[in-house]
Design a protein. Structure first.
Length: 301
């Protein structure tokens, strides 16, 4: 099956390589010369414009976007729309908000162009292990794209599926990432408690390895944690600053809109925000208040 790929960053290129290994023909576009060269070196075909991409594909075309959510997705869909024809399909495999998917589907639908949203998990490991894909869109269109999903997934009937109409794929991926926030926070806090119990001299990398087998807390996330601790269990070269892709925020906002309590996911998001405050006014004011009402000592910088 032929596919156009927009966005040839590391994950986009890895997905293209997995598709080509499965016998699919991939034509890619990226503004970066280096990214386009990487695809060509892997055996694919690269073009230097969206128009060139569309021209290189045989109708009905399938175009997969792997570009940052928000403005860039909006601009890409707007630029693609007049180039595509009725019966073509646009797939957003990035981390877009599901409400944007619904808007894009409506806009493209006016011209008879189909839209599919695919929440994709697997990161840089996907080339080897396969990708977990949560797909939203018309059932008939998703079925037509089945060969692509089967090739990208860990197995033909494993790790992917159509979860509902347009928007549902990214909605499910959003909740997936919210759960991921909570799991990561729990691991991080637990290992921190272990590290601070100095009297036992615990080897964190050893404990992570023990938990990987037979334990109810074993997971791929723990496997990755074990790898990181094996390299350096003091994490000396890592700054205590945690970024977020935005999906945790969307999950918390959705939980509030639906009146669903999600305290663990919310707390894990707040902790990520807290990690970025190297000069916390909040903590300074807390210390000042304790000094005011109780005469408690304050540490001075």
């Amino acid at each position: 099956m032929q596919l156009g790929m927009i966005g040839l960053g590391k994950m986009g290129n890895f997905m293209a390589q997995r598709l080509m290994q499965g016998g699919h023909d991939v034509v890619g576009f990226d503004p970066s010369d280096k990214a386009r060269k990487a695809l060509v070196d892997a055996g694919g075909k690269a073009v230097d414009s969206l128009a060139g991409l569309v021209e290189a594909l045989e109708p009905p075309r399938a175009v997969w976007m792997m570009v940052p959510a928000g403005k860039i997705v909006d601009e890409t869909v707007e630029a693609l729309s007049p180039l595509l024809a009725e019966g073509d399909t646009v797939i957003d495999g990035g981390n877009s908000n599901y409400k944007d998917d619904q808007r894009h589907s409506t806009e493209l639908g006016k011209r008879g162009i189909h839209f599919v949203d695919c929440g994709t998990s697997g990161g840089v490991w996907g080339l080897k292990e396969g990708y977990s894909m949560m797909v939203g869109g018309d059932a008939q269109i998703v079925e037509q794209l089945r060969p692509l999903f089967e090739t990208l997934a860990p197995g033909k009937d494993q790790g992917w599926g159509r979860v509902g109409p347009v928007g549902s794929g990214h909605f499910v991926k959003m909740i997936h990432n919210g759960i991921e926030y909570g799991m990561m926070q729990a691991y991080a806090e637990g290992f921190s408690v272990l590290k601070h119990k100095k009297e036992f001299g615990l080897a964190l990398d050893q404990i992570a390895q023990i938990w990987r087998y037979g334990s109810v807390v074993r997971s791929w996330l723990l496997d990755l944690t074990a790898d990181a601790l094996k390299k350096d269990q003091d994490l000396k070269d890592i700054a205590p600053y945690v970024v977020d892709s935005g999906e945790g925020r969307w999950t918390v906002a959705e939980a509030i809109d639906l009146d669903v309590p999600a305290p663990v996911i919310t707390a894990s998001l707040i902790e990520r925000l807290r990690s970025r405050d190297s000069d916390s006014f909040t903590d300074k004011l807390l210390s000042a208040m304790r000094n005011q009402f109780g005469g408690h000592a304050m540490k001075k910088e």
